[in-house]
Ligand binder design. Structure first.
Ligand code: F6R
Length: 608
């Protein structure tokens, strides 16, 4: 949510800033801006409402500088506009600041700074930072000291990069709740809020910790704390391939990420299945078998698709380990003063590892003495670091705003956890073997579904003509319906509602008519007859039905059927979900939507 980039070195900063911003655009895309300064000082600023491409078009030809900062925004304080776009300046136009996060005491700071003569030109909370830093710059004060003193007066979350027109040999950055990564080059340094902007230039990175600042110069950097204590940070190497951050010939990242699933599932499973004992090895749990046996309940927390993946996870844990498990939106949980129990295992789910509501839920549980595991994709992210242990997905970077491969890998991680848990409890070796074999078959089965792409694309174009769609599934199928509806509405803007199939006749059946088609999940499982009865009820009201079903199911009641291969019943939801990803993707394409950057949304919701 919002992206930051910065450069200092012998080259022209503008080119890197624009390229870097374009790579971070998935994090926010309602306005963008850059500021640069040359060796002789003086600030040049260009910012605009709209996309990074609009910014690139607006940047004058002679807009060059050796030091610069840039930002792509997802609006929180103030509408998307040229004035609200970052960077923000002080009165003298000496300080430029780009910021991710929220300054909670912005109103109070704004009142005080205004009384002291600061003239505000935007509605943003960020602008308080540029005036506040300027207010701490006395004669000869180093920028880093001014930033450090200013931040002591700030309450809130931030990742910031600061430029001073009179000290063009440095950029000062700081982190509190919003990521900042330094990229180490040859006599040049890069900064970004996400490694996606850096990998083209360097693999050597340093992640700042919360409460840390850094002064970044072309020939190196120094990290220190808010009380000026120097801290030593060793660089680490980014291990994702550069290709992971490109569309690699696909029209959209979303298309690429849907098609990557056979490989990303293999990575999530990699080295974790134990065929000898029919179980799973999960090295990062930090819980031994005895501790796991003492767990009486599992509570899973996540937001959006992560929450729905958690619902599938809860179902898997209850079925395979027979431990009561429940998934709840982290955003609700943290506000309801939850009871934290010693014998409950809490699990936080997040692709980005940055979602603020999920992070806050983890912190609340830990504050009350609870134990939290993370199921996280981004290594070293805030949520991963906050948890006591967990499972990394290894799904690879997910760039499209809508989650697909990370969703699937999350459910795989839960299947592994449920298997591990189950085999410690009462899951028989035979059932363990069944699940291990089922998991191993998944990549091939996903490939089979992806081969049906053309057929699903044609159906999507037809169904997208309707104003809304109903998604139904029973028990294991219900989270699939919820995720399918979520994917459709977020990228195609077609209204979609998910209901347990069993609940249809208790109300929403009233909506059924030829203009509101239903996507029905119909696995060949113990609830098949019930599902077929529901289809009959829809058909009796002239409703259209698109069934996602196993080959063995007689789908004569459906208008169209997409067939998925059968897995083990507990794992079927994973496969039933894949056609719904393609359905949403092709509906969005047919309607001409901006598939990877749907309106009003952004990847990584780092605000409340
Ligand atoms: C939906 C989607 C969002 C995220 C949610 C949580 O396609 O992408 O609903 O799942 O914002 O994000 P993470 O998993 O990064 O915590």
């Amino acid at each position: 949510m919002c992206g930051i980039v910065a450069y200092i070195g012998p080259k022209d900063a503008t080119a890197f800033l624009l390229e870097g911003l374009q790579r971070l655009e998935y994090r926010g895309y309602d306005s963008a801006g850059i500021a640069v300064t040359g060796k002789t000082g003086g600030l040049k600023v260009c910012k605009t409402k709209g996309r990074v491409a609009d910014l690139a078009a607006a940047v004058p030809a002679r807009f060059k500088g050796a030091t610069g900062i840039g930002h792509t925004r997802w609006a929180t304080h103030g509408v998307p506009s040229d004035a609200n776009a970052h960077p923000h300046l002080d009165n003298a136009e000496r300080i430029a600041v780009v910021h991710n996060g929220i300054i909670e005491n912005a109103e109070e700071l704004r009142a005080k700074l205004s009384a002291d003569g600061a003239v505000f030109r935007s509605e943003t909370d960020t602008e308080t930072l540029s005036h506040l830093i300027a207010a701490h710059l006395g004669e000869g004060t180093d920028l880093e000291d001014a930033v450090r003193s200013a931040l002591k007066k700030v309450v809130g979350t931030y990742g910031i990069a600061v430029l001073d027109a009179t000290q063009p040999d440095r950029i000062v950055v700081a982190r509190n709740g919003s990521p900042i990564v330094l990229g180490l080059g040859e006599k040049e340094m890069f900064v970004a809020s996400d490694v996606a902007a850096l990998v083209r230039y360097t693999r050597q990175v340093v992640h700042l910790e919360d409460g840390e600042l850094a002064v970044v110069k072309a020939d190196g950097f120094r990290t220190f704390t808010e009380d000026a204590r120097t801290v030593t940070r060793q660089p680490s190497t980014v291990d994702w391939e550069i290709d992971s951050y490109d569309t690699a010939g696909h029209e959209h990242y979303l298309h690429k990420e849907i098609h990557e699933q056979p490989a990303s599932v293999e990575r999530t499973l990699g080295g974790r299945l134990d065929e000898r004992f029919s179980t799973a090895h999960l090295g990062g749990l930090n819980l031994d078998a005895r501790e796991l046996r003492e767990i009486r309940r599992v509570k899973i927390l996540g937001c959006g698709s992560a929450y729905y993946a958690g619902e599938m996870g809860a179902q898997l844990i209850e079925e395979l380990a027979r431990i009561p498990a429940h998934s709840e939106p982290a955003s609700e949980f943290r506000y309801r003063n939850p009871v934290i129990e010693a014998d409950t295992l809490y699990i936080a789910v997040s692709q980005s590892g940055e979602t603020y509501d999920t992070l806050a839920a983890v912190q609340e549980i830990k504050r009350k003495g609870g134990r939290v595991l993370g199921v996280v994709n981004t290594v070293g992210s805030a949520i991963a670091r906050e948890c006591d242990g967990g499972i990394y997905l290894h799904a690879g970077p997910e760039i499209s705003v809508a989650s697909t491969k990370a969703f699937t890998s999350t459910v795989i991680a839960f299947a592994l956890l449920a298997l591990h848990f189950g085999r410690i409890h009462d899951l028989s070796p035979a059932d363990g073997r069944r699940i291990v074999a089922g998991l191993k078959a998944l990549p091939g089965q996903i490939r089979e579904i992806l081969a049906e792409e053309e057929k699903i694309a044609a159906l999507a174009a037809e169904y997208a003509k309707h104003e809304g769609m109903m998604f139904i599934g029973r028990v294991r199928g219900f989270p699939v319906a919820r995720e399918g509806a979520q994917k459709l509405k977020e990228i195609s803007y077609v209204h979609a509602e998910a209901y347990p199939a069993s609940e249809l006749k208790h109300g929403p059946l009233a909506l059924i008519n030829p203009d509101l088609p239903t996507v029905a999940l119909v696995p060949d499982d113990e609830l098949l007859d019930k599902n077929l009865t529901t289809l009959g009820e829809i058909k009796a009201r002239a409703g259209r039905v698109l069934a996602v079903a196993h080959r063995e199911v007689d789908t004569k009641l459906a208008d169209h059927t997409v067939v998925v291969p059968r897995s083990e019943p507990e794992l079927d939801p994973l496969l039933l979900n894949i056609p719904l990803q393609l359905l949403a993707y092709y509906a969005a394409v047919a309607l001409g939507r901006d598939v990877d950057k749907p309106r009003n949304l952004a990847k990584s919701v780092t605000v409340e």
